[in-house]
Design a protein around this ligand. Structure first.
Ligand code: CP
Length: 329
């Protein structure tokens, strides 16, 4: 594996989930695979789970880890080619990426969308520019449009909790939130479930359609109660509108999932966390016997470890060199 930005980089998602479950059973089996290799983790946005689980995964593989909170500790980076840098951005990503590539063998990046300009967000400018000016494999820690590490952990969690021969009925259900949130988790969950061959229903209010590149093959509805009535797994997530882009259009508390929505006692409840209790879903569901949120968070370690194994296996002896940098400028 040369990069991990989406399900397209995963090959067979179920095979990757199987590897993650093998690593969960034997965390230290590849304890020397990452020796003398350095993982750099660049955060342009806050994180709890991604930050800690990826470090833990890397250490199971013997890697060194360097964490850089770019939003608080680094220089503000310019991403536009040819920019006259007389504003608040102190360093160009061309320079920073080439430097970081000399320190790190693999780089993880978290770069949320601005939610102002859909075309710019969906172009994934930060990660694409970083890749352009560095020569190291890049691992998404949640980009503007996708969160593949979360989705792999979600797939692992579904497979751990589903033992029937037929595919489970999975529902992705929009939830209210006081703030406008990225579409990345929802996009990614949809494309991973569909790639894994699971029937997927997406329930959201009018105006919250996701980009069809992620949802083609899913059933779309605007009726939450009907969608979740016979679901085996309900994944709760808030996201902002597609049109007008990045806005909060709906504050209808009827979209908050409660026990009253779920006639089937065995329906499993999922959420990537962090969650707004009493806004996105009820305390009772979150703390109830069918909530899988802690299992999902735990599986983030094994998802990250599976991806790091594949990225380490894909490393070649080609080294980063200043000539790469020079050639690209
Ligand atoms: N689910 C998730 O990615 O959590 P963090 O934002 O805390 O990393």
């Amino acid at each position: 594996m040369k990069q991990f930005l989406s399900v397209a980089d995963a090959g067979d998602p179920s095979a990757l989930a199987h590897l993650a479950r093998q690593l969960k059973a034997a965390p230290w089996v590849h304890a020397s695979l990452g020796q003398r290799k350095t993982l750099g983790l660049l955060f342009l946005n806050p994180s709890l789970r991604t930050r800690m689980s990826t470090q833990k995964a890397a250490r199971h593989l013997g890697m060194d880890v360097m964490v850089m909170n770019m939003d608080q500790e680094g220089w503000r980076l310019e991403t536009q080619d040819g920019a006259v840098m007389d504003g608040d951005k102190a360093e160009h990503i061309a320079d920073a990426a080439a430097v970081i590539a000399q320190y790190c063998d693999i780089v993880g990046i978290r770069a949320f969308p601005g939610l102002q300009d859909r075309a710019a967000d969906y172009a994934e400018t930060f990660i694409r520019q970083f890749q352009r000016y560095s020569s190291v494999p890049v691992l998404s820690l949640e980009s503007a449009t996708r969160h593949p590490l979360q989705s792999l952990a979600d797939l692992v969690t579904v497979q751990e909790h589903w033992h029937a021969p037929q595919a489970p009925k999975v529902v992705l259900a929009w939830a209210p939130h006081p703030r406008a949130l990225p579409q990345a988790v929802a996009n990614s969950f949809a494309e991973w479930m569909l790639a894994a061959g699971y029937p997927l229903t997406i329930a959201h209010p009018q105006g919250y359609a996701l980009d069809p590149q992620f949802t083609t093959g899913a059933q779309i509805t605007h009726h939450l109660r009907e969608a979740v009535a016979d679901a085996d797994f309900v994944y709760i997530k808030s996201w902002s509108a597609w049109e007008p882009y990045g806005q909060v259009l709906c504050r209808d508390t009827g979209w908050m999932l409660t026990e009253a929505h779920l006639p089937k006692a065995s329906t499993r409840i999922m959420h990537c966390l962090p969650v707004r209790r009493g806004v996105e879903l009820s305390h009772e569901l979150l703390e109830g016997p069918h909530a899988l949120v802690q299992a999902q968070a735990g599986n983030r370690v094994w998802a990250a470890q599976a991806i790091l194994v594949r990225l380490l296996e894909g490393l070649t002896n080609e080294s980063t060199s200043p000539s790469v940098y020079s050639a690209k400028l």
